[in-house]
Design a protein around this ligand. Structure first.
Ligand code: NAI
Ligand code: CS2
Length: 489
């Protein structure tokens, strides 16, 4: 393959108006790429980004500093066509997490100072679903979580994203500054409203007037973000080296990208729309569509495939039976729950998703997607399932998915190989499997009784519970092939 032209980074420096929390793969390959496009097109360097990690990835923070905050993004439409970009819009990187010696907050003062500067207009977030510290089902702030408890006890030295936002907003308020706009870019429904709720609930613990000010003054538009950006593998770095790029901070993603944002930015924003960002009045239909169709399909593949030793999304969708299952899930269980603007073609969307999943330039590991199921499943499957069950419809694919999730969280695949279950509720899962592992009936009921994950009305649905149990037993006894073959029995 010929080496692609590297699209160079745009003009350097300029003032930083955006602060990002959660400098991971996605931020580097999506938000920063859109902003780079804006900068290249307009020459407007005023919307630079300061990007912080609050918990992990200190190496990336320091690596980017060493590299002068320039890195590469390789976008693979397919194996043959790659677009390589050099990105320069992240102008500062900070780390406020815990170091190897157990000390918190290395760059916390710098981050809080940055957040309280008049020129900071927007704060964006990709801190994963669990980074909001909300009960996944009810949306209530987890006030007993040790990290949130620490932020309540010592609000001026915050460790969590909600804690940092509230402290920064308190500083702005006391200085008479307008608040920044908060834009969540995590895969959650109503992600703006949820971020707002997290901030208000936390602020109420320290100062009712501050909470009221946040409620009245802080804009939290919702957004739908989409681009498949798997965690980097050694093979990705080798491929980049073949393209002439030796960059430890580089990231690889698919060619496709979509960003739909509610247009509510009282402090201003870049004119993103000229670079393909869709600015809309109501993002909810797009967000629900993407969560239920794309992410719901991903989770189905992850929990069914990983315990069978299937490693990646592309490997999973190369199987006819799994492709058929995904199409059925999307068209018969997810699409009917969506209320879309006129003209939206959900069958075409499903076809496009299947084509994207089949992109064999990406090594998107099923175990990565399987992470944090307790935080993801309500919006991906359970709310839609509840809506279907409320009108008496069958939901065999999601019942199967839940059975597969329960099985996945046992932490052992069909060959007896042990793998880590990465989830804030992992200890609870291990306890349930230890107690009920030999009694599938009790195990399934105990999982469905987790009211912070599963809506109680679904747990109370006897037919649905029975379906989950049937699939769970089949998966244990017959494995994936037999279970899929027997889906309608
Ligand atoms: P990543 O693993 O590269 O980065 C995760 C980021 O979240 C890191 O910056 C990490 O420090 C931070 N984080 C994790 N737990 C945290 C916590 N409890 N508090 C504060 N920060 C925390 O993951 P990636 O790919 O950047 O994805 C991050 C999020 O972006 C996803 O969870 C999802 O909500 C969203 N997203 C990702 C897409 C992707 O394809 N990678 C696509 C669409 C959305
Ligand atoms: C995936 C998503 O990790 C996961 O759970 O479903 O990150 C997915 O790749 C993105 O949302 C695609 O936009």
């Amino acid at each position: 393959m010929p080496h692609p032209a590297v699209l160079p980074a745009g003009p350097r420096a300029g003032s930083i108006r955006i602060v990002h929390l959660g400098l991971g793969a996605f931020h580097r390959a999506q938000q920063a790429v859109y902003l780079e496009g804006y900068r290249q097109r307009t020459g407007d360097a005023a919307w630079g980004i300061s990007s912080a990690n609050l918990r992990t990835n200190v190496d990336l923070v320091d690596g980017l500093r060493e590299a002068g905050h320039r890195y590469h993004v390789a976008e693979y439409a397919d194996r043959e066509s790659v677009t390589l970009r050099e990105i320069g819009v992240i102008e500062e990187t900070l780390f406020t997490g815990c170091d190897a010696q157990g000390r918190w907050g290395r760059d916390l003062d710098a981050l809080l100072t940055r957040l309280a500067l008049p020129e900071t207009r927007i704060v964006t977030l990709t801190v994963t679903e669990k980074g909001y510290f909300l009960n996944p089902s009810s949306g209530a702030l987890l006030v007993d979580d040790p990290m949130i408890a620490a932020d309540i006890a010592t609000p001026s030295r915050p460790r969590t994203a909600p804690g940092i936002l509230v402290e920064a907003l308190a500083r702005r308020r006391s200085q008479g500054l307008a608040p920044f706009t908060v834009l969540s870019c995590d895969n959650m429904p109503d992600n703006g409203q949820r971020t707002r709720n997290a901030m208000i609930q936390l602020a109420e613990r320290r100062d009712a007037a501050l909470a009221a000010w946040i409620a009245a003054e802080v804009a939290c538009p919702s957004s739908m973000v989409d681009r498949i950006v798997p965690a980097m593998t050694d093979a990705d770095f080798v491929r980049l080296a073949d393209l002439g790029v030796e960059d430890p901070n580089a990231v690889v993603g698919e060619g496709f990208a979509q960003w739909v944002i509610e247009d509510h930015f009282p402090q201003g924003r870049p004119a993103w729309e000229a670079d393909g960002v869709e600015m809309v009045a109501d993002v909810a239909p797009f967000e629900t569509m993407k969560l239920r169709m794309l992410n719901g399909s991903h989770s189905l593949l992850a929990y069914l495939g990983a315990p069978e030793g299937i490693e990646t999304v592309v490997e999973a969708v190369s199987r006819d039976d799994l492709r058929t299952l995904l199409r059925r899930y999307m068209l018969e269980e997810a699409a009917p729950t969506l209320v879309m603007p006129e003209g939206t073609d959900l069958a075409a969307y499903a076809d496009m998703l299947l084509a994207r999943f089949a992109n064999d330039s990406l090594r998107h590991r099923l175990h990565q997607i399987a992470m944090d199921g307790s935080q993801k499943l309500p919006q991906r499957w359970l709310l839609g399932t509840l809506a279907r069950r409320d009108i008496g419809q069958e939901t065999p694919c999601t019942a199967l998915g839940l059975a597969a999730w329960i099985r996945y969280t046992a932490g052992k695949d069909r060959q007896g190989r042990v793998y880590p279950v990465d989830d804030p509720l992992a200890e609870r899962f291990a306890d349930l499997h230890a107690r009920h592992g030999q009694q599938p009936d009790a195990l399934v009921k105990a999982y469905l009784a987790m009211g912070d994950v599963v809506p109680p009305a679904l747990a109370a649905d006897g037919d649905f519970t029975a379906a989950v149990l049937t699939h769970y037993c089949r998966l244990s006894e017959q494995g994936l092939d037999g279970t899929l073959a027997a889906l309608d029995e």
